[in-house]
Design a protein around this ligand. Structure first.
Ligand SMILES: C[S@@+](CC[C@H](N)C(=O)[O-])C[C@H]1O[C@@H](n2cnc3c(N)ncnc32)[C@H](O)[C@@H]1O
Length: 274
């Protein structure tokens, strides 16, 4: 692959998704784009890049971007945020009053494990009827899979306690389908974190984990500011283990002793002490 081809593809993915592909990632283009190139009749990355430089290639550009996303996810990933959520949900629900539903955003939700983990936590607290989870992701394919809620044996073995598997999944052939009760509270849609997020409404809890790591600092700041606008003043933001707000935004404050858990600046004291 020529340097020009790499530059074209890297610039495309950066402008469409915010994803920064360093030159050290050039090796992965062949693997990640191989299937798409064969399906679209491109013999190599140079011819694909040349096509992308011509007008009228929106569909191809979207497919290339999607193929270069990393969609790794698993149930109850990192554990701690879900322990924190278990403590914070009752407080938030009582603050909202009878009848109100708590809204949870799983931003960059991938194949839905994070959103369904939230639903399982709410169910274990007897609060399933009091929450609504919205999952969004740039990738059409992962959103389709999240909606379907069907996971392989390997996927359910990663992070999901066996009691939860037995309680909330049904075996279908060699796969596991999540229960209708969990699907009923989780809704999934395609969405780009770089786009306007206002149509999603306000959330009480935002998960935005393991996606900021792919962005440069200005993009991280932009996404964190957009999420701050979507979060209730006493709400909670969860980031991934390798992510932080420090040095990027003054809209969130670190919750002491809780790795990866943040509150909006000016949040009432009780929001921080759970
Ligand atoms: C590594 S997965 C993280 C999944 C889940 N949040 C977790 O922590 O397990 C990253 C996801 O971010 C999505 N993504 C990347 N750039 C995005 C963007 N600009 N807008 C929305 N989603 C994006 C990818 O499609 C991918 O599914």
């Amino acid at each position: 692959m020529s340097g020009a081809a790499f530059d074209t593809i890297a610039a495309l993915v950066r402008s469409r998704a915010g994803i920064v592909l360093g030159a050290d990632k050039a090796y992965m283009l062949d693997t990640r784009l191989g299937g798409l190139m064969r399906a679209e009749g491109f013999g190599n990355l140079d011819s694909l890049a040349a096509k992308l430089r011509s007008p009228g290639t929106e569909r191809l550009a979207a497919a290339v971007t999607e193929a270069l996303t990393t969609n790794e996810s698993f149930f109850f990933r990192d554990g701690k945020p879900f322990d924190h959520l278990r403590r914070v949900l009752p407080r938030l629900i009582s603050a909202r009053g009878a009848g109100a539903k708590l809204r949870v955003l799983s931003a960059a939700c991938s194949t839905g494990q994070e959103a369904y983990s939230v639903a399982m936590v709410a169910e274990s607290l007897g609060l399933l009827s009091r929450i609504e989870v919205v999952g969004t992701d740039l990738s059409v394919e992962v959103v389709r899979r999240a909606r379907e809620g069907v996971y392989s044996q390997f996927e359910v073995q990663r992070g999901l306690p066996v009691q939860m598997l037995v309680k909330h999944f049904k075996q279908e052939g060699g796969q596991w389908r999540i229960s209708e009760a969990m699907r009923a509270v989780a809704r999934f849609e395609t969405g780009n974190l770089l786009a306007d997020l206002r149509h999603l409404g306000r959330f009480d809890v935002v998960f935005c984990r393991n996606v900021l790591i792919y962005f440069d600092a200005p993009t991280k700041t932009r996404v964190l500011s957009a999420l701050a606008e979507r979060l209730a003043p006493d709400g909670v933001l969860y980031l991934g283990g390798a992510e932080t707000v420090l040095g990027l935004t003054d809209r969130f404050t670190v919750i002491e002793g809780e790795r990866g858990v943040y509150a909006p600046v000016g949040s009432p004291k009780q929001a921080l002490a759970v």
